[in-house]
Write a protein that binds this ligand. Structure first.
Ligand SMILES: Cc1cc2nc3c(=O)[nH]c(=O)nc-3n(C[C@H](O)[C@H](O)[C@H](O)COP(=O)(O)OP(=O)(O)OC[C@H]3O[C@@H](n4cnc5c(N)ncnc54)[C@H](O)[C@@H]3O)c2cc1C
Length: 386
């Protein structure tokens, strides 16, 4: 084996990073190794959220990157990659807080909303959730039933949202509702009368995430709750593209961790003629294909990051990376689980926990089907959905 090639960075992409990009990746990696991996399996088993990790996550200073005048999206992507080595659920805290809510307020908010929320959200002093999905409208949010109506002092909202990540811990919810048939965003403190946030329990995937259902019953809001710059579903979609970008990077971390752990195991596990499993041809064949898939994931994310830093990324490019990297990550996790044999089903060995969490990642922020339709529409010029 070559001295210089790392099994999960065969094209030496990390060598092309800047010092500061490498520094943030190392900082997040150290936190994940020291604080997350030693405890996350137990929290997963208990279906409990490791809230004690939040202060340490805040000190990593990841979200302020997004508020820079010219954000280094590659540095941000690397942070997402390293977080998801630990858990897709922790990466999701950031994708929702940063890509969805912080982005929405920064892009569509009033000066007053920016002054009130950007800082506490960037430092994780306040948590936020993004409530778009409803019980009857997931892939097709344009059908949403949640309604806002104008009142003398502001707005009144009624509706039902489901699957909001960070929901039960959130101080503020960005709720999407129709006002005169136009989809608008409202920033709502979760302790307002009429807001009922209920935990969704019994999940097999995302057991360490605070997933909530929101019932909005005659919630009265001031004028200042409305995001003035978002007056169509396009506003919500622009936020989703930010979060999808972080998924394209995060899934690399999950896949790298599965592959790293599996290669180590295969070198130490002896079967047939007292030879390590890693020496068998069928096993090496599987490892080589996983390395190829991982490398395409890395190349795609890095190029997307370059386009994003240049302000040139297109929604179809983000969809392609989200759809491809989720699919490849889950395939790698499943193959690694298989190669670990019985050992692979234990939560303590992380691979199967990553695999079941990736089932959510494949589904949220636009399912794989929906992203294929976005890419298909780009390829053909024909929209297969409305
Ligand atoms: C743990 C978790 C966290 C989440 N966090 C959030 C959050 O923070 N905020 C939020 O708003 N939402 C969140 N979601 C919701 C998520 O975005 C939705 O689950 C997703 O958009 C899919 O919607 P659905 O589950 O209703 O599936 P459906 O829309 O009912 O789709 C079911 C299946 O049909 C397929 N399908 C649908 N339409 C088509 C079509 N036209 N052609 C082909 N196939 C199609 C889908 O791809 C899918 O495979 C979360 C979900 C989970 C599981």
């Amino acid at each position: 084996m070559s001295e210089t090639l790392h099994p999960t960075d065969l094209y030496q992409l990390d060598a092309s990073l800047t010092e500061s990009q490498r520094a943030i990746a190392a900082r997040v990696r150290a936190f994940v190794d020291g604080e997350v991996l030693p405890c996350i399996a137990e929290y997963h088993d208990r279906e409990e959220v490791p809230r004690h990790l939040l202060p340490g996550l805040a000190r990593l200073n990841i979200l302020p990157i997004l508020l820079d005048e010219k954000p280094d999206y590659i540095a941000y992507g690397l942070a997402m990659r390293e977080l998801e080595r630990g858990s897709s659920t922790l990466r999701s805290v950031f994708s929702v807080q940063g890509g969805l809510v912080l982005h929405a307020i920064n892009k569509f908010g009033s000066n007053e909303q920016r002054a009130r929320w950007l800082q506490p959200l960037a430092t994780l002093d306040s948590l936020a959730c993004f409530a778009l999905t409803e019980p009857h409208f997931g892939s097709n949010p344009s059908g949403m039933e949640t309604r806002a109506e104008k009142t003398a002092g502001g707005y009144r909202i009624n509706g039902h949202k489901r699957w909001a990540t960070n929901g039960t811990a959130a101080e503020v919810a960005l709720v999407w509702a129709k006002l005169d048939e136009r989809v608008c965003g409202f920033l709502i403190e979760t302790n307002r009368p009429g807001m009922d946030m209920r935990p969704i329990k019994g999940k097999i995937s995302f057991r360490t995430s605070e997933t909530a259902e929101l019932i909005l019953n005659n919630v009265e809001l001031p004028e200042t709750a409305l995001l003035p710059g978002a007056r169509s579903l396009g506003g919500a979609m622009s936020c989703l593209n930010q979060a999808r970008y972080s998924i394209a990077w995060g899934t690399i971390g999950a896949a790298q961790a599965c592959l790293d752990e599996t290669i180590s195991y295969l070198k130490e596990r002896f079967q047939f003629d007292n030879k390590p499993l890693a020496s068998h041809q069928l096993i090496q064949h599987k490892l080589a294909w996983m390395a190829a898939d991982l490398t395409t994931m890395q190349l795609m994310a890095l190029r997307l990051g370059e386009l994003k830093c240049a302000g040139q990324e297109q929604p179809a490019q983000v969809s392609l990376a989200k759809m491809h990297n989720c699919r490849k990550a889950i395939e790698i996790a499943r193959t690694c689980r298989e190669l670990l044999g019985a050992h692979g089903i234990l939560t303590a060995n992380h691979v199967m926990r990553r695999m079941v969490d990736l089932e959510t990642v494949l589904t949220y922020e636009g399912t794989e089907h929906i992203h294929t339709l976005i890419v298909g529409s780009e390829l053909t010029g024909i929209k297969a959905f409305s």
